[in-house]
Design a protein. Structure first.
Length: 549
């Protein structure tokens, strides 16, 4: 059974003293008056009242627009159809693409107090079965048209052995004239009776899932307060202006796409433009131009694909590009600066924090860092044996999840000890508070008794071959314990060039890969992150060509 737990810090109460975030001064709300202490459906209706029911809040690639009125009405009508599906306390699986329709289904769940579980259709049947096991999902909302167009029939066949599929086409067809009249009356006379208004801010609002690259996927239980506080934090740091709109091709099963696109677009009143896949490299630049969006959220991997076919005018309306999920490479920054005169802002977050933890600012951008910690977040850096710089980042705050849901205890939210989340990231924080990500704790190798960051090794290789994409993994070595293997998109790579650069720049031999594998394209997940499970297979020493001799 899905447990409804209190926020780990009692609703995120913080003192009201102004907080310096870089060169900004953020006034923290008084405890008990935090603007995020409401349900998502209440946040929707508050935004409708503030910005006007006729204001368009969503657009998409299919030229479908939703005003606040249409979104609210559609959410209520669909919510009435979803109310009795499955067990009331169980999440409803959502298997839908980035489009205005997914927003209507998401807020339909919020209108009736049901928890939507955002399923990653790119993760494969095994991972989706694990997600359904962990969250006790027995009903999945999807679209026949989407399944057919995306070629996901085999996936649906596999999931149908355990879950009932409910199709959006059938839901829409079941909404009759009487339903619509009743909905319009509710919309005009008041929405106080809608169940979504009475949901606690500390109740679980959505379930998303970790990528599973380091094990079986886990469910991440995010509360209403988690998501809304992260929108508030983002708003304090990124200067939103009237007419701004988010462009997001990041799927809504990715927390960055969910929060910075679907949710923030509504509650902050700037709206969002949905595109169904970040992998449509040739098509996306034109949609960025047509959308008129001022803010683009994405990842380094995806925007590198977009820029290859982009025309100079495609990004002429874009004011801010905020990239997360992975390190932003220097060559990516140079490409966007030279071609579009756009400074890329790198941010940082994790699924468990809804997701944004830190970001650079438009007027305070430090390449090589992820900027400053968001307001109202406590943090501490724990020492790591073998590391002389930085440590393991722990965070606590109103945007930190209620807890995990795992296959070993299905449906049970396992809370965090004292509300602290271990990000698993090794960071260094300078005297001004700027954060540098050194790598994942699991992405360090112990070589010759020293801890070596695989991310640092990747950065060294990028200095030698800046026009290609690289990844470094550590594989078992019967003699040395571990060996570093470079997997690269560069044709005919010669590690002698890397060693020559390292010698010239004083980089120790220990920090260099000993083997190399050249591939046409590095494997990535649907979230835009590198698929390290697949990379480990590519780096198998039987396949790797040893060029160290």
């Amino acid at each position: 059974m899905m447990q409804q737990l209190a926020s780990p810090v009692g609703g995120g109460g913080v003192n009201s003293e102004p907080l310096a975030v870089g060169n900004k001064s953020v006034a923290l709300p008084e405890q008990g008056k935090e603007p995020w202490r409401k349900s998502l459906f209440t946040a929707l209706t508050d935004a409708r009242a503030k910005y006007g029911g006729k204001t368009v809040v969503y657009n998409d690639f299919a030229k479908t627009s939703l005003t606040f009125d249409r979104l609210t009405l559609g959410a209520m009508l669909l919510g009435d159809k979803l109310r009795d599906l499955g067990r009331p306390e169980a999440p409803l699986g959502i298997l839908l693409p980035n489009a205005s329709g997914v927003a209507a289904v998401f807020f339909a769940c919020q209108s009736i107090g049901r928890v939507p579980a955002m399923l990653n259709y790119s993760s494969g049947l095994r991972s989706l079965n694990a997600a359904c096991d962990a969250a006790e999902i027995t009903v999945i909302i999807s679209s026949r048209a989407f399944i057919e167009k995306a070629g996901l029939e085999d996936l649906v066949e596999g999931l149908s052995k355990r879950c009932e599929f409910v199709w959006t086409e059938d839901l829409r067809a079941s909404i009759g004239t009487v339903d619509k009249i009743k909905g319009m009356v509710r919309l005009k006379l008041g929405l106080n009776s809608v169940p979504g208004h009475n949901v606690s801010p500390d109740a679980v609002a959505v379930m998303v899932f970790t990528s599973g690259t380091e094990g079986v996927p886990k469910g991440v239980a995010l509360t209403h307060a988690n998501l809304l506080s992260n929108c508030w934090q983002f708003d304090q740091v990124i200067d939103l202006r009237p007419g701004d709109m988010f462009f997001t091709a990041l799927p809504v099963f990715h927390t960055f796409g969910l929060t910075a696109g679907l949710i923030a677009g509504v509650v902050l009143g700037v709206g969002a433009y949905f595109y169904p896949s970040p992998l449509h490299y040739k098509e996306i630049p034109a949609h960025v131009r047509k959308s008129g969006a001022k803010i683009v959220v994405s990842t380094d991997t995806f925007v590198n694909g977009w820029i290859k076919s982009a025309e100079p005018d495609d990004f002429k309306n874009v004011r801010l590009m905020v990239l997360g999920a992975e390190r932003v490479r220097e060559q990516t920054r140079k490409l966007f600066k030279d071609k579009f005169d756009i400074e890329l802002l790198e941010g940082y977050g994790v699924t468990e924090t809804a997701p944004v933890l830190a970001a650079n600012h438009e007027d305070d951008n430090t390449p090589g860092t992820v900027g400053y910690m968001m307001p109202a977040i406590e943090h501490k850096v724990e020492p790591v044996p073998g590391l002389t710089e930085g440590g393991r980042l722990m965070v606590r705050g109103p945007n930190v999840m209620a807890g995990y849901v795992k296959v070993d205890a299905p449906g049970v939210v396992q809370p965090l000890p004292d509300g602290w989340h271990d990000t698993g990231d090794i960071v260094d924080i300078d005297e001004k508070g700027r954060i540098s990500i050194k790598g994942r704790a699991k992405r360090f190798a112990k070589l010759g008794g020293e801890m070596v960051s695989l991310s640092a090794v990747e950065a060294y290789v990028s200095q030698v071959w800046p026009d290609a994409t690289h990844a470094v993994v550590a594989i078992p070595d019967p003699r040395k314990g571990e060996t570093l293997v470079l997997v690269t998109e560069k044709d005919d790579p010669d590690l002698k060039e890397v060693r020559a650069w390292a010698k010239e720049h004083g980089v120790a031999e220990l920090m260099l890969p000993k083997k190399v594998v050249s591939v046409e394209e590095l494997p990535v997940l649907g979230t835009g992150k590198l698929n390290y499970g697949a990379l480990d297979e590519l780096a198998n020493p039987v396949q790797a060509e040893d060029t160290a001799a």
